[in-house]
Design a protein around this ligand. Structure first.
Ligand code: GRF
Length: 232
């Protein structure tokens, strides 16, 4: 991380990129805290690319393979952007192990369920919410975790609950979960940028203060989700 400068954040996405947008919006007004320096899209059609173009953020679409030479091209892109943190936000491919090793402790992922439940291979997008509803679970939520060599298994950084409603279908539930994602992910990136949370050398998540005290999150009477800022 550039000494004293903002944390330089690269995002990886495959879809519409609303989490990428949430990070762009959060740090547009707080550029000395973190800066979104690049986007890796897994396909040319990712809506996230349009968002990168609008924000003037460089982007790349790597060849569709997870071989080691793909790791080399990804690492080269991250290094060209002087990346401090990699955020997977709906990146639907396994990150080549070479990238995980090179950036260990500096790669995070957001998952639209309370891991370890409803995670792992095939658990992405609507499949997650369909499985939650099918299971009869009364609460689902959002997880942000450090990435290790397997899907959705890395050390958990933060989670937040989202109630499952009687009349929920996957689309309605996905929308409520996504709203929580758009608050939780920037909060975690902010805490990482402040050095308030980190992964120690035995892969335990450590933090300096209760930066993520539940009382800083409010679920209003309308069930809407509000996040007080760190000083709130
Ligand atoms: C989000 O639900 C995220 O949790 C999951 O993929 C989805 C990406 O959505 N990993 P978007 O592209 O950020 O809108």
């Amino acid at each position: 991380m550039a000494e004293g400068g903002p944390m330089r954040v690269a995002v990886m996405a495959s879809g519409g990129g609303s989490n990428f947008q949430a990070l762009l919006d959060r740090f547009a007004s707080d550029a000395d805290r973190a800066r979104i320096v690049g986007l890796v899209a897994s396909r040319e059609t990712a809506g996230a690319i349009e968002r990168a173009k609008r924000a003037g953020v460089p982007f790349t679409v790597p060849r569709a393979s997870t071989s080691d030479d793909d790791a080399e091209s990804l690492v080269a892109a991250f290094e060209s952007w002087e990346t401090d943190l990699i955020v997977l936000a709906g990146y639907l491919r396994l990150l080549p192990p070479g990238v995980v090793r090179r950036f260990f402790g500096r790669v995070i992922n957001i998952h639209p369920a309370l891991l370890p439940a409803f995670g792992g291979k095939g658990m992405y997008g609507k499949h997650v919410h369909e499985a939650v509803i099918e299971s009869g679970a009364r609460v689902t939520g959002v997880t942000v975790h450090f990435v290790d060599e397997a899907y959705d298994r890395g050390p958990i950084i933060a989670q937040w609950p989202v109630p499952v409603r009687e009349d929920d279908d996957a689309t309605r539930l996905a929308a409520r979960v996504l709203e929580v994602e758009h608050a939780l992910l920037p909060a975690v990136v902010d805490a990482l940028a402040r050095g308030a949370v980190w992964l120690d050398d035995v892969r335990r998540v450590r933090w300096t203060e209760a930066w993520f005290a539940a009382d800083r999150f409010q679920i209003g009477e309308t069930g809407r989700f509000g996040f007080l800022d760190a000083d709130g």
